[in-house]
Design a protein around this ligand. Structure first.
Ligand code: PHE
Length: 467
């Protein structure tokens, strides 16, 4: 038995293909689906934006998803080791793996702060509720939370502790068990809320808004936003799917599994829209609410609804669960890399990495405060990143860096690596083994070789103002 076989046995494995699909879908379904997708759909005018997003998911997201899972399953390693073992000794490709680890580290540090808002809103919904508050009071409650450093730090710590707790449990007893419980609960909660939305007055208008493309609303910024979001929502470009794929048994059909994850993620994002927009329209609110769509519009609706306490607790608990399964996948990338590369034990690696990310997240938790250095003060220091515009606070700076730069670059690298560097035989065999979709091999390779790089490069070039 070779070394790699020994170590992959010790690394842990999913108990079944569904264990993998649920865990990976749990990683993909997160704040991106329930908080971000509806609000960027609202800002970009609905139907046409959704259509673009669906096209990108299919032509760019899905091929990269297959590529990542393929690399993980083939090498049975986390990103750095995976790139190393599929390229020549000393090859710089390993840096692509480390870039993913860095990206995961950064994203989790601020993701946890948004998840903290969801925790706070769950707690608030449950203990007090929005009933009796008027729209202004609800709007300013979000503003107050945003600026309140001690509350933000408190919930950030709680959320990181929850995430660390799951990762300490390992693959089957931690990550997979959490996903097996949380994902069905999440789906059920979402369907209950969808039931509420279907019977509201705004449902027909919301259907039109989300599914009827209005070509007068097309903007180039919207197209780019749709592309960027297709990475974020599928957790692509940072090795999360490489890592989860590395716990997959070699005989599993990776194309079918990737397709399933993509479908689950997309359907949940669309359902989230069909929960939010009917409620928004029914209460005469605007779909362009921005990041506050979830934290302001929904509470306004809940405040006027019979059973509002129940519905708002349910909704924000759902947001917490979705965020938790994603945070788990982010931390697992970092932890499994430290375990694989430095041979640390899981508990040591988890406590160390979890602790470091928690610390690195503290400035994000302080970013909403005007007085804090990381809030207003940081804008002077980050202005150079946003050519000419004013800078952003710590939180927004790192969010911008990770979602607009690191993820697309990571996605581009993995696509180029798998389609041009990995040997034909290894790639073809991995794609086809056990797959019902073997005959799609050439279509996939074509997308990965040409369409994906052209798509991503045009976004990057547009961002730096070249096209
Ligand atoms: N896909 C997650 C979401 O939609 C976010 C995420 C990005 C998680 C990258 C892991 C890696 O919220």
């Amino acid at each position: 038995m070779s070394d790699t076989e020994v170590s992959s046995e010790n690394r842990g494995q999913w108990s079944s293909r569904w264990g993998f699909i649920l865990a990976a879908a749990g990683g993909a379904v997160g704040l991106g689906n329930i908080w971000k997708f509806p609000y960027i759909t609202g800002e970009n005018g609905g139907g046409y934006f959704v259509l673009m997003y669906l096209v990108f998911i299919l032509l760019i997201g899905l091929p990269i998803m297959v590529a990542e899972v393929l690399v993980g399953r083939t090498t049975q390693k986390s990103p750095a080791g995976a790139f190393r073992s599929m390229s020549k000794a000393g090859s710089p490709w390993i840096l692509a793996g480390w870039l993913g680890v860095l990206t995961g580290f950064i994203i989790l540090s601020y993701y946890s702060v948004v998840a903290g808002w969801a925790l706070h809103y769950t707690w608030f919904s449950f203990t007090q509720g929005f009933t009796g508050m008027d729209a202004d009071a609800i709007g300013s409650a979000f503003g107050t939370l945003y600026a309140d450093t001690s509350t933000n730090v408190f919930w950030h710590l709680i959320f990181m502790l929850l995430t660390i707790g799951v990762i300490l449990g390992g693959i089957q007893r931690g990550v997979e068990r959490a996903a097996r419980i949380l994902m069905p609960v999440l789906l059920l909660m979402l369907l209950v809320l969808l039931g509420l939305a279907i019977f509201s007055d705004g449902f027909g208008r919301a259907l039109d808004f989300v599914f009827k493309p209005d070509f007068s609303k097309v903007t180039s910024a919207g197209v780019l936003e749709a592309l960027g979001h297709s990475f974020f929502t599928l957790s692509l470009g940072m090795g999360a799917m490489i890592t989860y794929g590395s716990y997959l048994k070699k005989k599993e059909d990776l194309v079918a599994a990737s397709g399933m994850i993509t479908i689950l993620d997309t359907v949940i994002a669309l359902i989230a829209c069909m929960v939010l927009f009917p409620i928004t329209f029914s209460f005469g609110l605007e779909p362009e609410g921005g990041p506050g769509l979830v934290f302001v519009n929904l509470p306004i609706a809940f405040s006027q609804l019979a059973g509002g306490v129940f519905w708002s607790t349910l909704f924000f608990a759902l947001l917490v669960l979705a965020a938790l399964t994603s945070a788990i996948s982010l931390l697992e990338v970092v932890v499994s890399t430290v375990i694989d590369e430095f041979k640390w034990s899981r508990p040591m690696a988890t406590l160390f990495c979890g602790g470091a990310i928690t610390l690195f997240g503290l400035p994000s938790a302080l970013s909403g405060s005007e007085d804090s250095f990381f809030g207003n003060g940081f804008k002077d220091h980050s202005a150079f990143l946003f050519d000419g515009e004013t800078g952003k606070n710590w939180f927004d700076t790192f969010d911008h860096l990770a979602s607009n730069w690191l993820l697309p670059i990571g996605g581009l690298l993995i696509a180029l690596f798998v389609s041009w560097r990995v040997s034909d035989n290894a790639r073809e065999e991995a794609f086809k083994s056990g797959s019902r979709f073997a005959r799609w091999y050439w279509n996939w390779l074509f997308l990965l070789r040409f369409i994906v790089p052209i798509g991503i490069l045009s976004v990057i070039l547009h961002k730096i103002g070249l096209i």
